[in-house]
Design a protein around this ligand. Structure first.
Ligand SMILES: NC(=O)c1ccc[n+]([C@@H]2O[C@H](COP(=O)([O-])OP(=O)(O)OC[C@H]3O[C@@H](n4cnc5c(N)ncnc54)[C@H](OP(=O)(O)O)[C@@H]3O)[C@@H](O)[C@H]2O)c1
Length: 242
């Protein structure tokens, strides 16, 4: 019997993350559904298991060193390696005000999840990822992180100016490239995905895309074959300008 591949998805109790978990499990992955709250994580994992999928709740608060370390220990106790890590957990805290009125405390709290979270989680799971034959790491970014798009009046991003949230994703893009450069010799590919404006709790369901559409680019990057790209930033239509 061939052992199934494994995946960790952070912030997977709802929204785009839960759909990513569902898609990976449907493809045959054993999925560790990361969630910081037991009740929400257990309920989401149970719902997916009821669909016949191999999904297990993994307690994981991306802002807490000890929580992340404990999560890596749980996975390593059950599996010698990890094939896919999706850094999906994200927040957009009071993202609306113009830059001149954004509170530094809100931006710091945003960065704690969106920037330091993926660094913390990637570092903690690295030994397991390196042990896999060709691991894939996907950073769930956003087109609001694209400086090129922000400056291009021909794109929808030109009319939004989300300093805290957008710059957290710009930083995440730089982090994507940094890990990709270090890990390429070990056969690991690290890419950033922009899921598009999607109806979820993050934006009060104002987004026009479905979670199914949003998950598509993430799944593509999580399952790249050996000649797939590394250190890239993509939406459904292809590469995005940094
Ligand atoms: N929706 C969009 O239009 C859009 C567009 C571009 C990019 N994105 C990105 O897509 C990703 C998923 O967002 P979404 O739209 O699906 O939002 P969502 O429905 O609000 O889901 C966010 C997930 O992140 C989790 N999370 C928040 N803080 C966490 C922490 N400290 N530790 C662990 N998990 C934490 C949430 O858990 P709780 O339930 O416990 O809060 C939830 O599971 C985010 O990175 C977001 O920036 C979204």
């Amino acid at each position: 019997m061939t052992k199934s591949k494994s995946a960790v998805v952070t912030g997977a109790n709802k929204g785009i993350g839960r759909e990513i978990a569902r898609r990976l499990a449907t493809m045959g992955f054993k999925v560790w559904l990361g969630a910081r709250h037991a009740e929400r994580g257990i309920a989401a994992a149970q719902a997916l298991r009821a669909e016949g999928l191999d999904v297990q709740w993994l307690e994981l608060d991306v802002t807490q060193d000890e929580s992340v370390a404990a999560a890596a220990r749980v996975v390593s106790a059950e599996s010698p390696c990890l094939d896919v890590l999706v850094n999906n957990a994200g927040v957009a805290i009071n993202y609306d005000p113009p830059p001149s009125q954004q509170r530094v405390a809100d931006i710091q709290a945003t960065y704690d999840v969106n920037v330091f979270g993926p660094i913390r989680v990637t570092q903690a799971f690295l030994p397991l990822l390196i042990a896999a034959p060709g691991a894939r790491i996907v950073m769930v970014s956003s087109s609001t992180g694209s400086i090129g798009r922000a400056l291009d009046s021909g794109t929808p991003n030109h009319s939004v100016n989300l300093m805290g949230y957008g710059s957290s994703k710009t930083a995440l893009n730089a982090i994507t490239v940094a890990f990709a450069r270090e890990l390429a010799p070990q056969g690991i590919k690290v890419n950033a995905a922009a899921p598009g404006y999607t109806a979820t709790d993050l934006n009060g369901y104002k987004g026009h895309r479905t979670v199914q559409q949003a998950a598509e680019i993430v799944i593509r990057l999580a399952t790249l074959d050996a000649d797939g790209p590394n250190a890239g930033y993509f939406n459904d239509d292809g590469p995005l300008p940094w």
